[in-house]
Write a protein that binds this ligand. Structure first.
Ligand code: SAM
Length: 370
């Protein structure tokens, strides 16, 4: 299958990071070539998912015979925690567990317990979050909270059961995700964000109903522009609904006004209801690239570090660990590669969309971690 070849080709492109001759101790701050600090780490716990969302892991490319990664190639919980500790020493304040579907990783609570022990160089807790499709949340929310998870983000593309079942590709009922959301709220995993990927012609009719449903609720709804990640979703620009249009459509029914970001580098632009009914966010990764504030690194399921969601190759940290390198050596290698990071794919894509979509072969989101 072509998709498998794409992934394998990428494996071959990965490089084992260089360990600098002089290993400087981490200072809690490391900046890249464009002066962006390293602050967020996303960790993919599995390349498997129980959904086959049309824009992410479509059934045509991830069918019954798809070869997922073997268990032995996955980073162990000890390896993940070791790498995470190195990143926290360099300034990472937030860790997001993702995938694939992270709740499919067995005994995830044990990993959360281990990660919840990490402290920033100035002694603060690391914010520990998780992105999930919500299908297993009703069952697991309390255990996740008890293990030390700070909060969850739940992906939900439609409230209409027919549309939702079609988009998730496995006929999963929306009611079960809504139960999961309630369970997460009851367990205290908030503030809970709900992410809706908007694909024109597929679920854009759900923009206003979703806004209405989550207005005046404890959940913060965010609309995500459908992105050209991976190679299997056949992305087309005319299927993207620009955030400006989303805001306009909601405002026609429930007036919105722009509000300030919570912090620099926040991916979502915030809008609040003029009547005080809470806020929504829009994530304009296609129409308004935010590369210049990107402070995120991504660790794949097999321990490859990507410095951009759209990277075509990564840095094999697992090789360092499994070849017996010390924490100091791994730390120095991470600082060295972050110093030379200059990725700004989305800004370049905005400049010449068509050429880049044709010319680059990007890695699937389920592998690199969404
Ligand atoms: N399985 C988990 C979930 O559903 O949230 C975590 C992994 S999933 C890849 C993370 C997020 O990426 C989801 O919100 C998903 O909707 C989003 N996503 C996947 N493909 C996308 C695309 N092409 N454009 C925009 N968002 C996408």
């Amino acid at each position: 299958m072509p998709e498998k070849r794409v992934l394998m080709a990428h494996h071959q492109l990965n490089v084992v990071p260089t360990i600098p001759a002089i290993a400087e101790a981490p200072t809690g701050f490391v900046a890249d070539a464009l002066a962006r600090p390293l602050q967020d780490l996303r960790i993919s716990l599995t390349d498997r998912c129980n959904f086959r969302c049309v824009y992410c892991m479509p059934e045509e490319s991830f069918g019954k015979d798809h070869a997922f990664l073997p268990q032995t190639s996955l980073l162990s919980f000890e390896e993940i925690t070791r790498i995470a500790r190195v990143f926290v020493a360099h300034g990472v304040q937030k860790i997001r567990l993702t995938g694939g579907e992270p709740l499919l990783r067995k005994h995830i609570e044990n990993l959360i317990e281990m990660l919840a022990q990490l402290k920033t160089p100035d002694g603060r807790d690391v914010e520990l979050t998780l992105t999930t499709n919500g299908s297993l949340l009703a069952k697991k929310a309390q255990a996740l909270k008890d293990a030390g998870l700070s909060r969850v983000t739940v992906s939900l593309d439609s409230l209409d059961d027919t549309t939702f079942r079609r988009m998730n590709g496995v006929d999963f009922p929306v009611a079960d995700v809504l139960h999961g959301l309630d369970a997460a709220h009851t367990a205290g995993l908030g503030p809970i964000k709900v992410n809706m990927v908007v694909k024109r012609g597929m679920n854009d009719q759900e923009i206003v109903p979703m806004a209405r449903h989550f207005k005046d609720s404890p959940f913060i709804l965010r609309y995500i522009e459908y992105m050209d990640v991976g190679a299997s979703n056949n992305w087309k620009m005319d299927e993207v609904v620009p955030s400006a249009e989303v805001v306009e459509r909601i405002t026609a029914h429930m007036p919105l006004e722009a509000i300030d970001p919570n912090h620099k580098g926040e991916t979502a632009e915030r809008w609040r209801y003029r009547d005080g009914g809470g806020e929504v966010g829009v994530i304009s990764s296609v129409t308004q690239a935010f590369c210049r504030d990107c402070v995120r690194a991504r660790l794949s399921t097999v321990g490859v570090l990507y410095t951009c969601l759209f990277a075509t190759s990564g840095h094999d940290l697992r090789a360092l660990i499994r070849h017996g390198k010390t924490d100091e050596e791994i730390s120095a290698a991470v600082a060295h590669l972050w110093h030379s990071r200059a990725d700004r794919y989305s800004e370049l894509r905005s400049a010449k969309t068509k050429d880049m979509n044709q010319a680059t072969r990007k890695i699937e989101m389920s592998y690199i971690g969404g």
